[in-house]
Design a protein around this ligand. Structure first.
Ligand code: PLP
Length: 280
């Protein structure tokens, strides 16, 4: 089943036009929600980010967030899944090809579906390997847009090299990863890139920063260099799907002793507790 425009329909009833601007320009935005125990995690933050991505790209939401929320709840009930993700996409709609916005405006096309996806327990436990590459993306990485070709190509390179994720850097400053945010620990201080236009303002990143404050960890939202990354005590990524996943290897070199570190473990525990507390 899918949410297509304002209705829950069977997949075969979805008819996206080949003239959809999302198809030929990547002219659209998206969100990825996780649901645990049938409930959307941090949904208000995801809706706020969706509204912001839509506003800044000037793609009108076809109807209010409250109705989108009602439709997503209906989708989850229809699919009878309790653990997984919802992918939601909004494009500027169908119009003859031309870079400027269609006149009169096209009807935005909203689509969402859910998939049963378990938590990546093995990666969370054992950690992942990462490669590092230049960040060749545009300068509005704070918007969650469909234009993911740099991310796609980088992730493929990682896969071909036997790694699971790619860290991006701009002139030696680590920004984020291809589909997650990056945090490092050095001398008991947690560092992560500031939430500006160079990174996606990850919902999981924000949750982890909140939990780190609660645990009395020192947190610095400051840029760090590749050299600092390579000399970190611990490195981990955060995302809706990866949660808190330790990084044990960078470009084939172990991070510290090559095992997930104690701060990562504490934050993983705090995150699990937080998720559990919401589902009571
Ligand atoms: N950075 C990028 C480029 C992403 O694509 C994602 C998620 O897909 C994230 C960070 C993590 O964001 P969130 O925690 O909201 O999933």
């Amino acid at each position: 089943m899918m949410l297509y425009k304002n209705r829950i329909v069977n997949d075969h009833e979805v008819a996206i036009s080949p003239f959809d601007r999302g198809y030929y320009f990547g002219d659209g935005v998206y969100e990825v929600f996780r649901f645990y125990n049938g409930a959307l995690f941090e949904k208000d933050a995801h809706y706020r980010r969706l509204e912001r991505s839509a506003e800044q790209t000037r793609i009108p939401l076809p109807y209010p967030i409250a109705d989108i929320d009602g439709n997503l709840a209906q989708l989850l009930r229809a699919e009878k899944v309790t653990e997984g993700i919802i992918y939601l996409q909004l494009t500027r709609g169908e119009a003859p090809r031309g870079h400027a916005f269609p006149k009169p405006p096209a009807e935005s096309v909203l689509l969402a579906y859910c998939s049963e996806v378990g938590r990546p327990l093995q990666a969370i436990r054992n950690g992942i390997r990462v490669i590092v590459r230049p960040d060749i993306r545009w300068l509005r990485c704070d918007l969650k847009t469909l234009n993911l070709l740099p991310n796609v190509l980088a992730k493929q390179e990682a896969v071909e090299l036997g790694a699971e994720e790619v860290f991006f850097h701009r002139s030696g400053i680590v920004t984020e990863a291809s589909s997650s945010n990056v945090m490092l620990v050095k001398d008991d201080v947690l560092y992560t890139h500031p939430a500006n236009h160079l990174i996606l303002h990850g919902i999981t990143r924000a949750v982890i920063l909140k939990l780190a404050f609660r645990l009395n960890l020192s947190v610095r939202e400051e840029p760090f260099t590749l050299d600092e990354l390579r000399h970190a005590d611990e490195v981990f990524i955060t995302s809706t799907t990866a949660e808190v996943t330790p990084v044990i290897e960078l470009d084939g070199v172990p991070v510290a002793d090559g095992k997930p570190g104690p701060v990562s473990r504490r934050l993983q525990g705090a995150f699990e507790e937080y998720v559990g507390s919401l589902n009571k």
